[in-house]
Ligand binder design. Structure first.
Ligand code: ASP
Length: 295
């Protein structure tokens, strides 16, 4: 069967100068994932590779483009899930790990499901996942933003809608789906704050019998909606991914929250929807349909 993949690079008010870098970064990450899928790799390998590409890019709020926390440091969250057997791995509030998604994959392979903080960093060292000095992940752009933020911007994240979390969903030639999501979280978050992104059912979900989903948006408000699982359940009930994505966005009204999501089912149909001014994404469905944004 034909493979399919979608990636996203966040949904918020993407500043005009950043729109093309976001679109190009998503297109590049999609190509990295599709190259693996087209060569017969699993969807799990493909979503990890695509998200790692986005974490390396620098344009997005993940990996080396992450927003700084209240202490001026980068703390990362990531999750990955295999729709074949419902195994998952997540890490949260980890410092000094450039590819948090690779660390989440190492957790998935282990007996554990979630590892956080200093323990997650130690887990990376023990499992051969590349680490770096925490300060090496501070980008010039985010350093400037951190020091330029005014009192209002420090508090009102929902109004500013910074949120370029990254994610990927895919189906491989065997019909297995997978999802991954990675983020540096919200600007000036307190150290130790964890949003929806690494939480199974919230920031990601994957089940061959339903769909693979990766989400982005205001974590504190999204967590109670268990949004990724809610969207996957709609596909499980018979909705095509685009219809499920649109219906999932309607759920956001319950918490007056803004965000976006990507969905891929086991036959390679794709859905993308958001209620923010822009969303960065790229996809290729199994029928060859393609799309990207923002433009
Ligand atoms: N959901 C992420 C968080 O709350 C932010 C984002 O999607 O950009 O950490």
């Amino acid at each position: 069967m034909s493979v399919a993949m979608a990636v996203h690079g966040g949904a918020y008010i993407i500043p005009p100068v950043e729109r093309e870098p976001h679109r190009v970064g998503c297109t590049r990450a999609l190509a990295a994932g599709l190259a693996l899928l087209d060569a017969g790799a699993t969807s799990l390998d493909a979503v990890e590779a695509a998200v790692a590409t986005l974490e390396r890019d620098g344009a997005f709020g993940a990996g080396c483009g992450s927003a700084l926390n209240a202490d001026g440091e980068v703390e990362l969250d990531a999750g990955i899930m295999d729709g074949r057997d419902l195994r998952s791995g997540s890490v949260a509030a980890v410092r000094g790990v450039p590819a948090a998604v690779a660390l989440a994959r190492a957790v998935l392979k282990s007996h554990y499901a979630v590892i956080v903080g200093d323990g997650a960093h130690r887990f990376a060292v023990e499992h051969g996942i590349p680490t770096c000095e925490s300060a090496a992940l501070i980008s010039e752009r985010e350093y400037r933003r951190f020091h330029a933020a005014t009192g209002d911007q420090r508090e009102d994240w929902d109004r500013i809608m910074f949120g370029d979390t990254v994610g990927a969903v895919a189906v491989d030639a065997d019909g297995h789906v997978a999802a991954a999501t990675a983020t540096g979280g919200s600007p000036r978050k307190p150290p130790g704050r964890v949003g929806d992104s690494p939480l199974v059912g919230c920031g990601l979900y994957a089940d061959d019998a339903r769909a693979a989903v990766s989400t982005t948006g205001h974590g504190e408000r999204l967590i109670p909606l268990v949004w990724a699982k809610a969207a996957a359940d709609l596909v499980g009930l018979g909705a095509l991914p685009q219809r499920a994505a649109d219906a999932a966005v309607d759920i956001l009204a319950r918490r007056d929250v803004r965000g976006g999501l990507i969905i891929c089912n086991s036959t390679g149909a794709i859905g993308v929807a958001w209620n923010t001014p822009q969303m960065a994404f790229a996809f290729r469905a199994s029928d060859g349909a393609t799309g990207d944004g923002p433009r």
